[in-house]
Design a protein around this ligand. Structure first.
Ligand SMILES: Cc1cc2nc3c(=O)[nH]c(=O)nc-3n(C[C@H](O)[C@H](O)[C@H](O)COP(=O)(O)OP(=O)(O)OC[C@H]3O[C@@H](n4cnc5c(N)ncnc54)[C@H](O)[C@@H]3O)c2cc1C
Length: 413
């Protein structure tokens, strides 16, 4: 008998143990659904604590239903940024058009959400932290798969054995590299590099975005509230990825300063602020496209498997939907009679999610992001479209955002 008087079924199999690498968006979302389905979950994160910060992110379409089912929709609605306007500027800083943010982002007003990335990560962590083991400041060093299990050696030296391992460790996933090889094979470079950092709000901006463009260059200042800080963003067209700069912050700063030398508007001040910023985030805009998302007992979720790039605004939505679908597939196949349930589950996960991923990744093409035209002609066409948008009604739901109908979740054992 158990302490509460219920008889214990001695034949109940031990909980299956799953290790997730990465505690950002996909990792904690997956941990939540796997715990609910009766798995014992451990999450390892290489940072010392949950990483806040980052540019605001969108949650749209099917992903809204995922966060509703997790019970965090009301608090995310409270955290919704709700910007008042998005102002487009000409090369000399004069105003080209001032629009409602939903008209620009293609989001559905009153339904889709834009929140600080840290607010979403914190909300996800809060609903799972008491039920799941989190190990910060550590990472997977080696994975050794056998028919029965995966032996994991951690950077800390600890060795543990899990039934399955899931890589939710982002665009530059180590899990993917150790399983499938170097990132270059799967990275589709989209022709842009970008830098994000915070700087003082000396412009008096409030709940608004200002976006300046010249062909192949863009600069944005984003005031997400009424506070003293702005999210600054510099984006530029670069035909080949600058591999040397990717691992060298000084080279990143030099590259940006060179590209934006002589630019108008507030760009010189932004470049100065970028030099001093202690939170500079520089990367290429790219996608991860893989023929398979799993190998044996290890699978990938979120950006690690199918990063769509920030140009689609769909990274967090795909991570949330992918986590739900992967957990649901594992829960559905949990009691598969031949004990190879993970194989059937990983196959179902890929089968059901791949088309949704492909539609979302197809929202952008190489060097062709609508907000960042690379030629004078494309910029003029974009500007004409923006002037017309001024008079158009709000966007309706985009098929790519809502193309996947979520299945009901497999019952908890
Ligand atoms: C600090 C931060 C800021 C970001 N800012 C932006 C932004 O401004 N705009 C934007 O579009 N997207 C941003 N992103 C990416 C955005 O969160 C993702 O595109 C999207 O939410 C998908 O999430 P994900 O969980 O799949 O991957 P990610 O959010 O990239 O999370 C991956 C997680 O894995 C951890 N990790 C990485 N390697 C290892 C390892 N070897 N072992 C253990 N853990 C590891 C990382 O620290 C991170 O917590 C940011 C991500 C982070 C972590």
């Amino acid at each position: 008998m158990t302490p509460n008087g219920l008889s214990m079924d001695v034949s109940t199999p031990a909980k299956r143990k799953i290790l997730i690498s990465g505690a950002s968006i996909a990792g904690p979302a997956l941990a939540y659904w796997l715990h609910r389905s009766g798995f014992a979950v451990t999450v390892v994160e290489k940072a010392g604590a949950l990483r806040a910060g980052g540019y605001p992110i969108d949650i749209r379409g099917t992903a809204i239903e995922v966060v509703r089912r997790m019970g965090i929709l009301p608090q995310l609605r409270d955290a919704h940024i709700d910007s008042l306007r998005c102002t487009f500027l000409n090369a000399d800083g004069s105003t080209l058009a001032s629009l409602s943010p939903s008209a620009v982002a293609g989001s559905v007003e009153g339904q889709d959400l834009e929140v600080r990335r840290g607010d979403l990560a914190t909300a996800l962590y809060a609903i799972v932290r008491d039920d799941v083991e989190f190990v910060f400041d550590d990472s997977i060093d080696t994975l050794d798969q056998s028919e029965q299990a995966v032996d994991v050696t951690f950077h800390s030296g600890q060795q543990r054995t899990f039934d399955l391992v899931i890589g939710a460790d982002g665009m530059h996933s180590r899990t993917r590299e150790s399983l499938f090889g170097p990132e270059e094979q799967f990275h589709r470079y989209l022709g842009y590099c970008f830098a994000i950092f915070t700087m003082p709000n000396t412009f008096g901006l409030s709940r608004e975005l200002m976006l300046w463009n010249t062909p192949g260059k863009a600069a944005a200042l984003y005031a997400v509230g009424d506070n003293d800080e702005l999210h600054a963003f510099l984006n530029f067209h670069q035909p080949e990825p600058p591999f040397d700069a990717l691992r060298n912050p000084d080279a990143q700063r030099d590259l940006i300063a060179t590209v934006f030398a002589g630019a108008g508007w507030e760009v010189p001040g932004m470049v100065d602020a970028m030099r001093d910023a202690d939170d500079l985030f520089f990367d290429t805009a790219g996608q991860i496209r893989m023929p398979h998302w799993s190998s044996g007992r290890v699978a990938l979720v979120g950006d690690a498997a199918y990063a769509p790039s920030f140009l689609t605004g769909q990274g967090s939505s795909l991570a949330l939907v992918g986590a739900y679908m992967l957990a649901n597939a594992l829960a559905t196949n949990r009691d598969h009679p031949d004990h190879r349930d993970h194989t059937a589950a990983f196959t179902a996960y890929e089968r059901d999610v791949r088309e949704f991923v492909a539609m979302n990744q197809a929202l952008v093409d190489k060097g062709a992001a609508t907000l960042f035209p690379t030629t004078a002609r494309a910029l003029e066409q974009r500007n004409t479209m923006l002037r017309d948008l001024d008079t158009m009604p709000s966007a309706t739901a985009r098929p790519a955002h809502s193309a996947l109908a979520l299945p009901g979740f497999a019952p908890v054992p």
